[in-house]
Design a protein around this ligand. Structure first.
Ligand SMILES: [Zn+2]
Length: 274
């Protein structure tokens, strides 16, 4: 039952994320008017607006003008559904999932975190831009959930929590600003945007000091790997920029899912420390 709820909720959120990713950069309202075909302007009927299924039933074409609808829409919806489901196993704030109340809070937090990251990733891919309001909301929500946790957990255990996450948000911001200045000096051109630093603040707000550097390490490593393969294979031009936000988002989500201890033990084994 909970799996089904997560899948359906995730698919519906994915549908909304598609709207946000299209409209927010165009400075259009995300709630009004309702969905319409971008080619003929016809409003989408409610029964043609079911995530994933409608696209398949309509065979990827608008019911009115029969022009193609991008397959990105159902893919984002399916991806969002799977990510919501994965939040169920998210390690997140928890060391153990014995406490049901905490487990539920953790699940809700994971779902909210995914819902903030997805539109940022899509907009960065489309426009090489991470909108500041979304990053600010993401940072605020991370701190807010940490604050709720602070209220739920008995005091002495939780007391350093909130400060830890606040510090981590600033550390993430500063770390990426430093990295950006360093990369610019080495490469002779801007390599990271200010938006990337703001997304690093989101990472800190959610993951705390123990997790923020792991998320950023995964981001830098996977981003560098992508850039190298892209340039060697000729798919990316020698100076062609590519969005870094998706890699930070991947780092955040992988750290959230597995927990920082898991990553540290893996890396130690990899480098032969233990
Ligand atoms: Zn149409």
């Amino acid at each position: 039952m909970i799996y089904l709820t997560l899948l359906i909720g995730g698919a519906c959120l994915g549908s909304f994320v598609n709207v946000v990713a299209w409209r927010l950069p165009r400075e259009e309202s995300v709630v009004w008017p309702g969905s319409h075909c971008p080619k003929c302007g016809h409003a989408v009927r409610w029964h043609d607006n079911v995530p994933v299924l409608s696209w398949i039933l309509l065979q990827g074409r608008c019911r009115d003008c029969h022009q193609g609808i991008s397959s990105r829409y159902p893919w984002v919806e399916a991806m969002s559904a799977i990510l919501w489901l994965s939040a169920f196993w998210g390690h997140g704030f928890l060391a153990s999932q014995d406490d049901h109340g905490l487990a539920l809070l953790n699940l809700v937090a994971g779902v909210v975190l995914i819902s903030v990251l997805l539109p940022l990733v899509l907009i960065d891919i489309d426009h090489l831009w991470l909108p500041e309001p979304l990053c600010r909301i993401g940072t605020f929500l991370g701190i807010a959930f940490t604050g709720v946790l602070y209220l739920v957990i008995p005091w002495p255990e939780a007391s350093p929590f909130l400060l830890n996450h606040l510090l981590a948000a600033s550390a993430g911001l500063l770390a990426l600003e430093g990295l950006s200045a360093l990369a610019e000096r080495i490469l002779g051109q801007p390599a990271l945007g200010l938006g990337d630093a703001k997304l690093a603040a989101v990472a800190g707000a959610w993951l705390g000091l123990g997790g923020v550097w792991i998320a950023l390490a995964i981001a830098v490593f996977s981003g560098a790997l992508f850039g190298t393969i892209g340039r060697l294979s000729g798919r990316l031009g020698p100076r062609q920029p590519f969005p870094f936000g998706p890699f930070i988002a991947i780092g955040i989500w992988l750290t959230w899912l597995a927990g920082s201890e898991w990553w540290i033990s893996r890396w130690m084994r990899l480098f032969g420390v233990i």
